[in-house]
Design a protein around this ligand. Structure first.
Ligand code: AMP
Ligand code: ZN
Length: 466
């Protein structure tokens, strides 16, 4: 029986989707103002494990992940770069997908971008105005929190006092609000430099929270099963999403709210604003493989914090290496017909323990322990010539099943030959001459992910293997 800890009820509950055999989930995806840090990717990977395990359990999954491609940081950075926001965010969207794929994540079914859903947001805001949940002040529109009696039901925060500034991401607008807690649904255009849309509610741009209500309900319906994100989003973002969606529809918005703990550095949440962050690219530059980073980030159950350490990453690198060796040894093992029943018991036990762990609120560390125990037993059997044909076939299939969730048994890419490296470097130089910097970056990234570091010197490009 699959159970999740539901932030809304504060309890671990059996997962019972609205429609049998189907799971509809939404994850608050990246804000593409810069490269994501590995903390962001912890959340991305937790979501990947969630979707993959739902599929493992036989659910048909519809997974939506938004891309926030307009917000204050994007506007500020694109103004600085003198680029329209779409051109500015393009690079970071491409980088996000590169990292996403390198880290072995499966693409969600739907990936809506905020800037492509302005009409949906406008009509939701109009509904909120009709129902008395929104009001205008100057050219902006705010959500009237006092009109939504259940405000606070997710975060369980006591709203008696003034809570402006309670979170980094709370809206601290300069406009006039009825109540300091009220948040912006729509921000009237202030200067001609800002990106703005001409709509039935005026010229301006959406507040940050409205996009997730509008896009999740568009693709998943007014009520859906699972909404996920990092713990930082519980308040105010998800609280506001509930107020917006339930205020507009009068129906329950989401059944299960799942929140991931943060990746920390020296006890503090990794974040851009604190400056204590590494991107995935930084870790690759230091020689860590994508699979090791994935393993490291998924090995701790999602409700526990992880404190990022290089020793931990090195240990993960070793572990994924030994899993890879194990897989290769198993594939190459010479076997006689028949089966070892003792080993069969171990196979059954491993699958049971894996599933029991994952059923228990996605306890990845229990599930991984089941895999490691099995590899030890199989290694012993191989050494003792006690692995038989049927065991081998079953074990390879079992690894496929485990891997459909974890994706950590990954073949090593063959070493690049010197000529191949030189060819790619030449191609990169040619791309730069054409000013095709996207292609040039792609090649650098490809080489980097294959363990080759480039150094641009005045005498040309030098490379070295890590
Ligand atoms: P953002 O790009 O800031 O909108 O965040 C994207 C996702 O990363 C959200 O689900 C956040 O909750 C999550 N997130 C942000 N910081 C961390 C962190 N240090 N550890 C884990 N997840 C994080
Ligand atoms: Zn969101």
């Amino acid at each position: 029986m699959l159970r999740f800890f539901n932030t809304l009820t504060g309890q671990t509950e059996e997962f019972r989707p609205m429609r049998e055999g189907e799971a509809k989930m939404y994850y608050c995806g990246p804000t593409v103002w810069d490269y994501g840090h590995v903390g962001n990717f912890r959340s991305v990977i937790c979501t990947d494990i969630l979707r993959r395990y739902l599929k493992f359990k036989g659910f048909r999954v519809t997974h939506v992940m938004n891309i926030t491609d307009v917000d204050d940081r994007i506007i500020a950075q694109s103004l600085k770069a003198k680029l329209p926001i779409d051109e500015y965010t393009e690079k970071y969207i491409a980088a996000f997908w590169e990292d996403f794929e390198a880290l072995g994540c499966e693409r969600p079914e739907v990936v809506p971008r905020a800037t492509r859903h302005i009409p949906e947001m406008v009509s939701l805001i109009e509904k909120l105005e009709d129902r008395g949940h929104a009001y205008r002040s100057d050219d902006s529109i705010y959500y009237r929190i006092s009109s939504f009696k259940e405000y606070g039901k997710l975060s369980k925060i006591n709203f008696a006092g003034n809570i402006a500034g309670a979170s980094e991401r709370i809206d601290t607008d300069k406009y006039e609000k009825e109540d300091a807690r009220d948040f912006a649904l729509w921000k009237g255009a202030e200067s001609p430099d800002e990106p703005a849309w001409d709509t039935g509610i005026g010229r301006g741009r959406p507040g940050w929270h409205i996009e997730c209500s509008a896009m999740s309900m568009k693709y998943l319906g007014e009520t859906f099963d699972i909404h996920a994100g990092g713990v930082d989003l519980i308040f105010p973002h998800h609280e506001n999403e509930i107020a917006q969606s339930e205020g507009a529809t009068g129906k329950q918005f989401v059944k299960y709210w799942i929140h991931y703990e943060h990746l920390k550095v020296n006890g503090e949440s990794m974040s851009k604003s604190k400056g204590n962050y590494y991107t995935f690219r930084d870790l690759q530059e230091q020689g860590f493989s994508a699979t090791a980073v994935r393993y490291y980030l998924l090995s701790v159950p999602y409700r526990k914090q992880i404190n990022l350490t290089l020793e931990g990453l090195r240990a993960a690198e070793k572990t994924v290496g030994s899993l890879r060796d194990f897989h290769a040894r198993l594939k190459e093992a010479k076997v006689e017909p028949g089966a070892n029943e003792h080993l069969r018991d171990a196979e059954r036990r491993a699958l049971e323990e894996f599933e029991a762990g994952m059923d228990d609120d996605l306890n990845t560390s229990v599930a991984l322990a089941a895999i490691h125990n099995l590899t030890r037993e199989v290694n012993t059997a191989i050494a003792d010539h006690a692995l038989y044909e049927e065991n081998k076939r079953e074990l390879l299939a079992l690894i496929e099943r485990f891997n459909s969730v974890f994706n950590i048994f990954v073949e090593e890419q063959p070493l690049l030959l010197d000529e191949e490296i030189q060819k790619l470097i030449d191609e990169r130089q040619e791309a730069r001459r054409r000013r095709d910097f996207a292609r040039a970056d792609e090649i650098r990234y490809e080489l980097n992910s294959r363990g080759i570091t480039l150094e641009d010197t005045k005498d040309g490009v030098r490379w070295k293997r890590r």
